[in-house]
Design a protein around this ligand. Structure first.
Ligand SMILES: [Zn+2]
Length: 435
């Protein structure tokens, strides 16, 4: 399906956006009118899985087309080891650099970390706007702040009206920048966009002290002290009283992201660019709002953490719905295949055959945990097996599951009933993934 002209390419990641929170995938609230409009002109992948539950390893796996263990980056910043970064540097294939060499104008609109800069002609940097925010963004200051008891943290936040998490651009600012850079481009462009509004704490915080202590105490009652403090801080970061308010804030954040995506789509249509643009809407990982007793943490490899939306508009390809298992590492090979570029040695596979109606794409997805020492999941259509060293989650301090877990997804799609003990003969079959 190679096309004569190089297509423009947009990969848009809305952070921590879960399919279950979009009406396109069955959510009972309308959060995504524009995304649905785009989906009606695209291929919608229903069972797409990130290679990791954490942003850094997940996005690196998209750019390398390889699983975290094979590209180097397994753990989320700041818990990745030096050797992980060294291994990443040795990867021969890096999508932005590859496209830059193919003559693309490469634009990055992401507030993530330094090594993502490779291969980009333009890179939108983190931009703390005030001296206070700059100070709060220094990593060790950040770490100290997060270690304070939650009431001190809350009071401090009220006084200086800032939160410990770094400042990020709003989705409107990112789309403004994207539009201006596309207008500037004299070549086919590759635009990587990362919208963080859909990652908690959500926009709209008014820095009030929290009133709903009792509700929060109830939620955190069974947690260890570390986890308790973590969850309370997240509630304070958002200035909310209960989980319902969090959900409302999250849904509104999704609506705003949807509006901005709609604005970008209209711009592409107006400029007659849409018909020549591969437009990919996706996420890097999920999140938990009480699922598996986790709050605002993606630790653990349950679908709530790793099932991500994937919507791909391919010029000239008719819309469709794909129910087979796919992974985000398949995106780079798909772009190469569609553009008629040479195949590379990657873990991912081109989705074009699947889009054309071929069956039997992937039997399983492999996913690793970026928030603890070692945890890996193998997910098929009907089951998921998870092995781990049962180490504590770096973010929230919970253990997120047992050492060995098995779920029958046909009967138990919420992954609540661990049936490993009754089926421990499965270990042999999955051994190759664990080593
Ligand atoms: Zn956690």
């Amino acid at each position: 399906m190679a096309i004569s002209k190089k297509p423009n390419i947009i990969i848009l990641i809305s952070d921590a956006l879960r399919p279950r929170d979009l009406s396109l995938y069955g959510y009972n609230k309308e959060t995504d009118n524009n995304i649905k409009k785009i989906a009606s002109e695209s291929v919608v992948f229903c069972k797409n899985f990130a290679a990791s539950n954490a942003s850094d390893p997940s996005i690196n796996s998209i750019f390398t087309g390889k699983y975290p263990a094979n590209n180097g980056i397994i753990h989320q910043h700041p818990n990745m080891k030096d050797e992980e970064i060294e291994k990443l540097k040795k990867n021969k294939f890096w999508l932005p650099l590859y496209l830059q060499k193919k003559g693309y104008f490469t634009i990055s609109a992401t507030p993530l970390h330094m090594w993502f800069k490779k291969g980009f002609d333009y890179y939108m940097d983190r931009d703390p706007k005030t001296k206070t925010k700059k100070f709060l963004n220094i990593q060790f200051v950040n770490k100290i702040l997060l270690k304070l008891p939650s009431w001190v943290y809350s009071l401090g936040k009220k006084v200086i009206k800032a939160r410990a998490s770094p400042y990020f651009y709003s989705c409107k600012e990112v789309v403004d920048l994207a539009v201006s850079k596309i207008e500037e481009s004299k070549k086919p462009f590759f635009l990587f966009m990362h919208l963080v509004d859909t990652h908690c704490p959500y926009p709209g915080s008014n820095h009030n002290l929290m009133h709903g202590e009792k509700t929060i105490d109830k939620i955190t009652s069974g947690m260890n002290n570390f986890q308790k403090e973590y969850v309370k801080k997240r509630f304070r970061d958002m200035s909310v009283n209960c989980l319902e308010e969090v959900i409302e804030r999250r849904d509104n954040a999704i609506r705003e992201v949807d509006r901005q995506i709609g604005r970008l789509y209209s711009f592409l249509k107006d400029k007659n660019l849409w018909k020549d643009t591969i437009f990919i809407i996706m996420s890097d990982h999920g999140d938990n709002f009480g699922e598996h007793d986790a709050y605002f943490c993606r630790g653990g490899l349950y679908d709530s953490s790793v099932h991500v939306p994937l919507i791909i508009h391919l010029p000239g390809v008719k819309s469709g719905i794909i129910k087979e298992i796919t992974q985000s590492i398949d995106i780079a090979p798909t772009i190469l295949d569609f553009s008629g570029f040479k195949k590379e040695q990657l873990d991912g596979k081109s989705l074009l055959g699947l889009v054309k109606g071929k069956k039997g794409f992937r039997k399983y997805a492999i996913i690793s945990d970026g928030f603890c020492e070692k945890r890996i999941a193998v997910r098929t259509q009907s089951q998921k097996i998870i092995f781990s060293d049962k180490s504590r989650c770096y973010i929230c301090g919970a253990t997120h599951g047992a050492e060995k877990e098995l779920y029958n997804l046909e009967k138990d799609s919420d992954e609540k009933n661990n049936i490993y003990k009754e089926n421990n003969n499965l270990e042999k079959r999955y051994k190759k993934f664990i080593d």
